[in-house]
Design a protein around this ligand. Structure first.
Ligand code: CA
Length: 219
């Protein structure tokens, strides 16, 4: 699980980052609003934790711009002022949850987990991009069953919503330790997925940016 944590108070940021990492999260920290927005839009995270009062760009502004750019990563807003006003503004701008400062890391971890956990009784989870329809629960691409790894790849690509995914990111996320820098794993799976997409007559393509990664492109 990869978290982006945007917080300007260094002491707090260090402590929370340390505690989240102890809980097994992979944490990127940004100390101001511009850096936070840049990371949120450029990289791929499972969750973004946004302080509201930040230098350069407020948390609310970051969230608005993320949503404008169709970055749909779940966001938890933090605010030093436990004012109703902040909470309403944050939720209006598209935040998924809100936590008032001061908070215990355990509370933040519980909120992150609640946000990322799929409800147990969910039967389908449909993602769409171009003419692709992917069901993350049934692991089907426009009705055709995929293997677990193929499904994980499509899942990451479709979550990225047309943005480039670094090859290393995919390798780490899907193969982890197994990968050992074996880049061709991905190529093999990509060609299988592309074959399935061709057979389905889909116009959406997986584009390779040489040496960089992959992205979905609408046909
Ligand atoms: Ca702050």
């Amino acid at each position: 699980m990869r978290i982006l944590y945007v917080e300007d108070e260094k002491f707090l940021a260090d402590a929370v980052k340390h505690n989240l990492e102890k809980q097994g999260f992979d944490v990127d920290h940004a100390a101001d609003g511009e850096d936070g927005l840049d990371k949120a839009v450029r990289d791929i995270y499972d969750c973004v934790v946004l302080d509201i009062m930040l230098p350069k760009l407020s948390g609310i502004e970051i969230l608005k711009r993320m949503r404008e750019k169709k970055v749909n990563t779940p966001v938890i807003m933090l605010s030093a002022l436990s004012e109703v006003e902040d909470k309403i503004q944050g939720l209006d701008a598209g935040a998924d949850d809100y936590l008032a400062k001061p908070f215990k890391t355990a509370e933040l971890v519980a909120r992150i987990n609640a946000l990322l956990r799929r409800p147990a009784n969910i039967k389908e989870e449909i993602y769409a991009f171009g003419d692709i329809k992917f069901d993350a629960v049934q692991k089907t691409l426009n009705g055709v069953s995929l293997t677990a790894k193929e499904a994980s790849i499509i899942h990451e690509l479709i979550k990225a919503n047309g943005r480039l995914i670094q090859k290393e990111y995919l390798l780490n996320k899907i193969w982890g330790e197994e990968a050992f820098g074996e880049d061709n794993y991905i190529e093999v799976y990509m060609s299988r997925i592309r074959k399935t997409m061709r057979e389905l007559g889909l116009k959406t393509k997986i584009k390779t940016s040489r040496g960089l990664g992959y992205k979905l492109v609408e046909g």
